[in-house]
Design a protein around this ligand. Structure first.
Ligand code: TYD
Ligand code: MG
Length: 477
């Protein structure tokens, strides 16, 4: 008889508790603990292959010590031929690495992976295992994508043991599991998609990938809370985590590196979803700059960086007099706490009060930016919106704002300026360079130390923001 005991696993953080409680003691989420039977003599389906040293000799075994400076070649990279994808992975797929691709349902993960694998299958034996769709559905998608002739092997399966048995003998170089939430290991009592199942199944698959040296790509759905499979447990287990994001109302999709043991994070790849699948976007700045032929107040262009690549985006702000009570602050594509901070700095360091105004802030094109370097562009858009004074049309703005109203340095200034010049911008507002050399770019540069300096340069003398909200704003409201 297998010896059994019970434990309670949080479906949000994966924490284990000995008894049931309403609130998880690890992450303080409510009602997330689920009972699990722990059977003491479970052995992994693949365990026979990798258990070795724990047996008889395990008691006396010591660590194998190694020097740091031993020659290690960089891991060979397998290019997929889809440049946007390769860059996000840090230069191509690494043999034996495990990748997790997360994203909302319907965002295009299966489409992306089918395009990637169809490209790879010619050079590398590739197996695409689906637990979500039928084989016919995949074939129909392949037809739509124009990759139906690719030498790709498909399987529709959700049973972990069957999958591992197949992988053991298949000699594959690349394996896709779409999605990890559908895979089920019958040694565990819980249903597919629970933390226990996802963790155990992913663990076994990753172990086999390392052992046999195939590249493993797991698809993971993002939950309402925005993390993969509820817990972040999966993110710790894999070598590389990519998020596929995008707005359903926009065509473009962004593949973002969140973690990469073999390369840089914060890298993005930009695609558009078309009738015939995902197309690479090689010049994304053009996509995120709103098109217009005359200057409008409340917009500022931010020269941002996404990973190693510069990306120009338009920040749009709108202010309107508050009707009743607390003014509204609505933000799309930026951090609302950061907006509150900028408004506070504008008020206490530059004397501009937005207390009687509703504020709406939007990053054009549906992009989400996280860089503090966008602060100054946000402040510029806000001031321009409130004064009704458009900013110079061909101007880019960058700089972080500190709490004392100082404008702080940004990294990668030369790349930002070169990209701006390339896209036809003629002026740039940047933080004061203290010791650094001004990069050589074909753009006129204005260096600023203080937010106040900047505001006086865009503000009309009769600013509606000083003291009372004026007729100007009221009229527009
Ligand atoms: P899918 O790859 O199935 O999403 P996921 O695997 O992330 O759940 O993509 C689903 C959406 O993509 C679906 O709404 C239809 C759209 N789509 C296109 O617009 N063009 C195409 O060529 C394909 C294959 C899908
Ligand atoms: Mg899918």
């Amino acid at each position: 008889m297998p010896k059994e005991s019970k434990q309670y696993v949080c479906q949000s953080c994966g924490g284990v508790s000995a008894k049931w409680q309403g609130q998880c003691p690890h992450c303080a989420e409510w009602n997330t603990l689920v009972e699990e039977i722990v059977s003491k003599n479970i052995t992994a389906p693949g365990a026979a292959m990798h258990s070795s040293s724990r047996g008889k000799s395990g008691g006396r075994r010591q660590l194998e010590l190694a020097p740091l400076d031993a020659k290690t070649p960089a891991p060979p990279r397998l290019q997929t031929g889809i440049a946007e994808f390769d860059r996000t992975c840090g230069g191509g797929l690494v043999q034996g690495a495990a990748l997790l691709i997360g994203g909302d349902p319907g965002i295009g993960k299966s489409t992306l992976l089918l395009q990637v694998t169809a490209q790879m299958a010619g050079n590398l034996p590739t197996l695409y295992i689906t637990g979500e769709e039928s084989l016919d559905q995949i074939r129909l998608r392949a037809q739509r994508l124009g990759v139906i002739g690719a030498p790709l092997t498909l399987a529709a399966e959700t049973d972990l043991t069957t999958i591992l048995n197949t992988l053991k003998v298949g000699g594959y170089g690349l394996v896709i599991i779409d999605s990890i939430q559908t895979v089920h290991w019958d040694a565990l009592d819980s249903t597919a998609g629970t933390v226990a199942q996802v963790r155990a199944c992913a663990g076994e698959l990753i172990r086999m990938a390392k052992q046999l040296g195939f590249t493993l790509m797991l698809v993971g759905h993002v939950t309402k809370e925005g993390t993969i499979a509820g817990p972040r447990v999966l993110e710790h287990m894999v070598d590389c985590v990519l998020y596929f994001e995008g707005d359903r109302n926009h065509q473009f999709r962004i593949l973002r590196t969140v973690k990469n043991r073999f390369g840089a994070t914060d890298e993005i790849g930009v695609f558009t979803m078309t009738q015939t699948g995902l197309q690479e976007v090689t010049n994304p700045s053009a996509l995120f700059l709103a098109e217009r032929d005359h200057p409008v107040s409340g917009t500022a262009v931010f020269a941002g960086m996404e990973g190693t690549r510069p990306l120009l985006v338009e920040i749009q702000a709108l202010v309107a007099p508050t009707g009743y009570g607390t003014p509204r602050r609505a933000v799309v594509g930026w951090d609302s706490a950061r907006l509150a901070m900028i408004l506070a700095v504008l008020e206490s360091r530059a004397g501009m009060s937005f207390a009687q105004l509703d504020v709406y802030l939007n990053v054009a094109g549906g992009l989400r930016i996280t860089e503090p370097a966008a602060d100054l562009a946000v402040a510029a858009a806000l001031v321009s919106a409130a004064t009704g004074e458009p900013l110079p049309e061909r101007q880019v703005i960058m700089g972080e704002i500190g709490l004392s109203g100082e404008i702080r340095a940004v990294n990668q200034l030369d790349l930002r300026l070169k990209e701006s010049a390339k896209l036809g911008f003629t002026d740039a507002v940047i933080p004061t360079l203290r010791d650094a050399q001004l990069p050589n770019a074909k753009i006129a540069v204005k260096q600023l130390r203080e937010l106040r300096q900047f505001i006086s340069s865009i503000e009309k003398t009769s600013s509606p923001l000083r003291g009372e909200v004026t007729h100007e704003v009221r009229r527009r409201g």
